[in-house]
Design a protein around this ligand. Structure first.
Ligand SMILES: Nc1ncnc2c1ncn2[C@@H]1O[C@H](COP(=O)(O)OP(=O)(O)OP(=O)(O)O)[C@@H](O)[C@H]1O
Ligand SMILES: [Mg+2]
Length: 235
């Protein structure tokens, strides 16, 4: 599904240039659960933006389902993001005085999905993200950090994307809530066959994946199967 071939990314601000990715090559098959690890500044978010078609590499090739992403127009890229990819960012951008249910329905409203179907799909996504129904009508500024995280996951899932990209999704959660979120990803991966790429700098978190890629100074330094996959403690 994902084929990255010798990708580089150089940022230029005026005279200053910085190469954040220095030639990275790997393949991720459909239905894999992969963690990307590496120290701060190693290029993880840069890589995620490229995988998510939010940014383009400076050189190299990115094939998503056999399509060369580097050659697509802005409109085609937007369609891929909308149809195929669910993003979980660290900064969630929920609308504060809007209910949980409506926050999750937003992507469907933009897509013109009819109202009754929107509600059903948003409710299903929230339930599969581990959100308790009693919170569906809460405003997002009345939620705990872990609940916000689950709303963000639900919103990423509501379009039923085949690829889920999550950048430090458990970064600011306590261990227990983090385990619930990781359990949700494992379930989506095992039961629905979703492909998941999870960025983290914590080994404990990465060990929930089947495979771990290590990035350092913009280079892929290790790509290994995780033989002792941790099972999340859900509830
Ligand atoms: N827009 C930009 N312009 C210039 N340099 C950038 C830009 N975005 C990122 N960088 C640099 O590229 C390098 C990689 O950044 P990136 O955000 O990918 O790191 P990261 O591995 O996600 O780090 P963290 O764990 O802290 O989130 C960093 O040195 C960063 O300063
Ligand atoms: Mg980052």
């Amino acid at each position: 599904m994902i084929e990255i071939k010798n990708i580089t990314k150089t940022y230029s601000n005026g005279d200053i240039t910085f190469t954040a990715l220095k030639g990275i090559t790997f393949t991720i098959n459909d239905g894999e659960f992969v963690a990307v690890m590496g120290p701060s500044g190693s290029g993880k978010s840069t890589l995620m933006h490229i995988l998510g078609a939010l940014d383009t590499p400076t050189s190299g090739q990115y094939l998503l389902d056999g399509k060369d992403v580097s050659s697509l127009s802005e409109v085609e890229l937007a369609d891929i993001r909308k149809d195929k990819i669910g993003f979980v960012f660290q900064a969630f951008n929920l609308l504060p005085r809007t209910t949980v249910l409506r926050n999750v329905m937003l992507p469907l409203i933009y897509e013109g999905v009819p109202s009754a179907e929107r509600i059903t799909r948003a409710r299903e996504a929230l339930i599969s993200a581990g959100m308790n129904e009693s919170h569906f009508e809460h405003k997002s500024n009345q939620l705990s950090g872990g609940q916000i995280q689950r709303v963000a996951i639900a919103r990423a899932l509501v379009n039923d994307p085949s690829l889920i990209l999550a950048d430090e999704p458990t970064g600011n959660l306590d261990t227990r809530t983090g385990e619930i979120v990781l359990g949700t990803f494992q379930k989506l991966n095992k039961e629905k066959g979703r492909t998941i790429v999870l960025i983290t700098h914590e080994r404990d978190v990465a060990e929930h994946a089947e495979r771990i890629l290590f990035i350092k100074d913009g280079e892929l330094i290790e790509d290994s199967k995780n033989h002792k996959q941790r099972i999340a403690h859900t509830e």
